[in-house]
Ligand binder design. Structure first.
Ligand code: HEC
Length: 194
């Protein structure tokens, strides 16, 4: 084999490599790396009362969109529900909240998964802090920072209620807490999410 042919083979492999990096799959892989980083940073704060500095740093490093990605399904890069992937379905916090506010969880479900549901509240307390750090600076039409703060407070209230109800194993309170928390998402998105 002459050298020109060798270079030819090597050259096309090189081109293929470059090509793979710019395909949509390449971009997805990169996005997931980012999501992993966000998940790890938020998981570290879950269950703690983070100081303002830790929140401000995280809020500066990531956009609100990137931070809220924790709510997506685990297989879409979100945190998921519980420790074991797929053990609790749906395995995404946003989808699980929507389910819990519709139908009262039965006792068996609550005693088995209560800890995971409390963690969804803990995650949302951190997200409320991060959302507060992302409060819009000025009023633009309907998008009033005052409203934003109200939604953040509602998010905190629903989160705290969810933690309490899950720990007590109170199905009725859990349903109503999930509704308060889910309403805060829907109401804020209705006004502020383009
Ligand atoms: C105070 C306002 C506010 C609250 C409360 C809020 N969100 Fe959001 N959320 C936003 C905004 C604004 C965006 C879009 C950010 C952007 O596009 O830059 C967003 C984006 C998202 C996204 C998209 C992330 C992605 O990957 O693109 C998800 C998922 C999400 N929110 C879930 C939730 C859930 C679940 C709750 C409640 C538990 C919630 N949000 C509460 C304001 C809020």
């Amino acid at each position: 084999m002459n050298i020109v042919r060798k270079i030819g083979v090597f050259g096309s492999l090189f081109t293929l490599g470059l090509f793979a990096m710019v395909t949509p799959e390449g971009k997805t892989a990169f996005y997931f790396e980012d999501a992993k980083e966000v998940n790890a940073a938020i998981s570290k704060l879950v269950g703690t009362k983070p100081d303002a500095k830790a929140i401000a740093e995280l809020a500066k490093k990531y956009s609100l969109d990137e931070l809220m990605h924790v709510y997506k399904f685990r297989n879409k890069g979100g945190l998921g529900v519980g420790e074991t992937p797929g053990a609790i379905t749906p395995d995404g916090i946003e989808a699980k909240l929507q389910g819990l506010q519709k139908k009262e969880a039965d006792k068996a479900d609550l005693s088995k998964n209560g800890k995971a549901y409390a963690t969804m509240g803990e995650v949302s307390l951190i997200l409320a802090d991060l959302s507060e750090a992302h409060t819009p600076k000025e009023k633009k039409g309907e998008k009033d920072p005052k409203k934003w703060k109200e939604f953040v407070e509602k998010m905190r209230k629903g989160s705290n209620e969810l933690i309490a109800a899950s720990s007590k194993g109170d199905s009725k309170a859990l349903k109503s807490a999930a509704k308060t928390l889910n309403d805060s998402c829907v109401e804020c998105h209705g006004i502020f999410r383009d």
